[in-house]
Design a protein around this ligand. Sequence first.
Ligand code: FES
Length: 259
Amino acid sequence: MSERAYEATPKEVLPHDFDEKGSIDWTDESTAINQKTMDELRELAGRYPRPRSALMPMLHLVQSVDERISPAGVRACADILGIPVAEVVGVATFYTQFRRHRGGQHHVGVCRTALCAVMGGDEIMAAVEQHLGIGDDEVTPDGKFSLESVECNAACDYAPVMMIDWEFMDNMTPGKAIAALDDLAAGKPVKSTRGPVLPGWAANERMLAGFDDGLADDGPAAGEPSLAGLKIARARGWKAPAAPKHKAAAPSEAKGAGA
Ligand code: FES
């Protein structure tokens, strides 16, 4: 019986039923990356003992320049770090903070995880959707706002929470959320409840890449709700139980564990 080598078709190798919404948009080759950006990407890579550790900050810088993870940005990161394009794409498409498509000048995230949802997150999302005329993962026609339903921001003590440009907008209501968006649309300054005057999504992406914007000290280090438990514990003299002391492993055990 003659045997022929089996050749899988691309569809058989990677069968999936997902749409391509989560992928890098390889059809949009436009880019604003220039020599300054390349120098800054190299600078970021040089900040780490292992340059590939800089990949996430580098992707934030790409976003700040190209408004999304662009094909040119992917290739620039891969070239500078000496890693395959597929590795860069793997990271860029794993984390939801990296945009695969252009968003708005201000990016709005409404938390709808359990606590925020029951405290009013669903109503805030519905009100913002209606006010902006867009749904989850969409952008207003004028490019001012993009909207995203986000998971817990680790700010549950201020629920319901909305993010604008990754800054906290605590204890939101539909009315307060819409007022903030109207002010931004009118070009008025809007202050985050625990941070600076909102500088815009691209500016905050540059800050997240690791370039200091001088705004780190705008706002409280920790607000009242976050400190409430600590204050009660101090008033009542509560102390955390001492951590159990672990016996140091015998040299032979330590050797076995590493084998
Ligand atoms: S559930 Fe919304 S911040 Fe935690």
